[in-house]
Design a protein around this ligand. Structure first.
Ligand code: 6PG
Length: 239
């Protein structure tokens, strides 16, 4: 049984406050230590509330932040499926981040390999804080179970044809997550309970469970998603 840092939430409504507080503390610590902080955002729906709560924290050293994306759907940046659009609306604009602080994946480019290579060239050697969601199948970013990109050891960003619509995406590859200073995972809801049990109790198998790349991270899980974890693991969870 793995022993990740688990924050057990009584309800999904607790995520924005709990996660934004821990994220703000982590950002502040990195900025104090290094003078700047690279933050890689997760897509999907779960993080939206966390980003909105973070954006309200005026005391954060916002000017020292550089924002990246863990994946992007291959749609225009103003498309409803765009992870950039979600981040722009919930975090980037409300927090007043300058354009030069935001490094957007160009998912809309026709040449996806070139877009992936261009983005990889913009990434730091190690991203300080990487935010991740988890799909019911154990995918994270756009690293889907069984995809050959899970064996990628050279490229830091790659195009993938995923199983979650829209299928064409750009994603960071496992080395980016493995080199991260800190990974934070947000997993809510009963639909993820089976996979959370597998992730925490089964041996590490990145091909089957890509989210296990973040097992040594900080996990925010609500009671519905944690329902199948043994009581011992739930009991040791902090809040
Ligand atoms: C994406 C995300 C993806 C997401 C999970 C969870 O672009 O879709 O990167 O990995 O984090 O699918 O999505 P929800 O937060 O919407 O459940």
């Amino acid at each position: 049984m793995h022993r990740p840092q688990l924050v057990l939430l009584e309800s999904p409504e607790q995520l924005p406050e709990a996660a934004s507080q821990r994220l703000a503390a982590a950002i502040t610590e990195v900025v104090h230590r290094k003078g700047s902080c690279s933050l890689m955002l997760a897509g999907g729906n779960t993080p939206r509330g966390v980003y909105a709560a973070l954006a309200r924290m005026e005391q954060l050293p916002w000017g020292a932040l550089r924002v990246y994306f863990g994946d992007e759907r291959c749609v225009p940046p103003d498309h409803e499926d765009s992870n950039y659009l979600m981040a722009r609306q919930s975090l980037l604009e409300p927090a007043g981040l300058a354009p030069e602080q935001v490094f957007r994946m160009r998912g809309e480019d026709e040449d996806r390999d070139a877009a992936a290579a261009d983005y990889a060239a913009q990434l730091p050697e190690s991203v300080d804080i990487v935010l991740l969601g988890m799909g019911p199948d154990g995918h994270t970013a756009s690293l889907f179970p069984g995809d050959e990109v899970l064996g990628e050891a050279q490229r830091l960003v790659a195009p993938v044809y995923g199983t979650k619509p829209p299928p064409w995406r750009l994603t960071v590859t496992p080395p980016v997550l493995q080199r991260a200073g800190l990974c934070m995972v947000f997993a809510l809801g009963a639909s993820k309970a089976d996979k959370i049990k597998e992730v925490f109790l089964e041996p590490v198998d990145i091909q089957a469970r890509p989210i296990q790349l973040a097992l040594d991270g900080l996990w925010f899980v609500d009671e519905a998603a944690a329902a199948q974890l043994p009581a011992s693991l739930q009991a040791q969870a902090g809040a």
